[in-house]
Design a binder for this molecule. Sequence first.
Ligand code: XLS
Ligand code: NI
Ligand code: NI
Length: 439
Amino acid sequence: MSLQEEFFTGISKISYVPGAGAADVLCFKHYNAEEVLMGKRMEDWLRFSVCYWHSFCGTGADPFGFPTLHRSWNEGSPMEASKKRIRAAFEFFTKLGVKYYTFHDRDMAPEGSTLEESNRNLDEMTDVALQLQNQTGVKVLWVTCNLFAHARYMNGAATNPDCHVLAYAGAQVKKGLDIAKKLGAENFVFWGGREGFHTILNTDVGAELKHMANFFKMAVQYKEKIGLKCQFLIEPKPKEPCKHQYDYDAMSVIAFLKHYGLEKDFKLNIEPNHTTLAGHSYEHDIIMASSFGMLGSVDANTGSPDLGWDTDQFPMDIRNTTLVMKTIIDQGGIQPGGLNFDAKVRRESADPEDLFIAHIGAMDAFARGLRNAVRVVQDRLLPDLVEERYKSYSHGLGAKVDEGSATLEDLENYIKKNGEPKATSGKQEKFESIFNHYI
Ligand code: XLS
Ligand code: NI
Ligand code: NI
């Protein structure tokens, strides 16, 4: 297998051109992979990944319109198309200079008419993938199983009221874990697209949650059995396609994992477009997951703030990328996870070069976010002001509360001695003004 058939003619390896002008959109102006910031190369802070489904399988079709993105690599029989698609994908990864990719089992190889046939298709295609990985050095950030597109999953996969369907999902995940091992995937994602309900009237929520937890336990057991060394991740999303999804947001997933004793085996893959669908701000779930030591990876995209669905746009807002990167720096990095562009070019962005422009723009947005966050952290001004707000917990009664040794009697005695606390300004506008200084 070789890369000789070119799909993106006229585009060569994208390079870093720091002084490039506003109109130069086919070079990096901020992302300099090798540059070291706070002891790590930019490439290692950011760990960018390209997703297979939007960028190579996407056609631009929407509920109102037919395909607009006519990609030559998607022509031919399903297996012929898969083989062309993977060559186009690896040409794209190497020209862009991204070291990771992500895929669903069914993006990589078409579903057959039986499980055995689907698995044979996957065997054949992952042989090709392995060869291209070895040839280029590009690796798998994560694999996931598509447990939501096929009609059999219309009532859910691991939460299906019919165990026959759950069994199919389990067989599919078993194979997914095998190919994760074969390709050296660093993570494995579970996104519960149809794990939820459309009406509570036909739904036994308690049974469904228990079955989903037991399904995850089977996956953990099989992972250990085959010696697969990768991080398991759950990707929260509140709705779409279901009216309500159990993995609603970071805190719901963390509570679920802790309730069923699964918290040691999973972290979270946070997609900010899902966070905003849950009614939170862009950075909310990144920060919540990180605070619990459970931020494992990020699906780096954005919604449109004025719309109520998952538009999966490329992240271009520097304020958002700065807050994400500040959280990642504070937790010491995102490895073995990364920033996966679960993002699609608009159906109107019909030129193949738009795929490059979109990724480059988003990579530069995150590179700027990283550079800004490094300044915020190294300047110490904002972190010191936050620390200052909590200084009463560093000594005396506060220190006892902080370590969990204080009693209500201690608190009462303190008030009898010290009386009313004095008002302290929260200084929100000061924090906002200082933050803006770094953007
Ligand atoms: C859909 C999800 C999906 C997962 C992988 O909204 O973001 O793309 O990332 O199944
Ligand atoms: Ni996603
Ligand atoms: Ni999504």
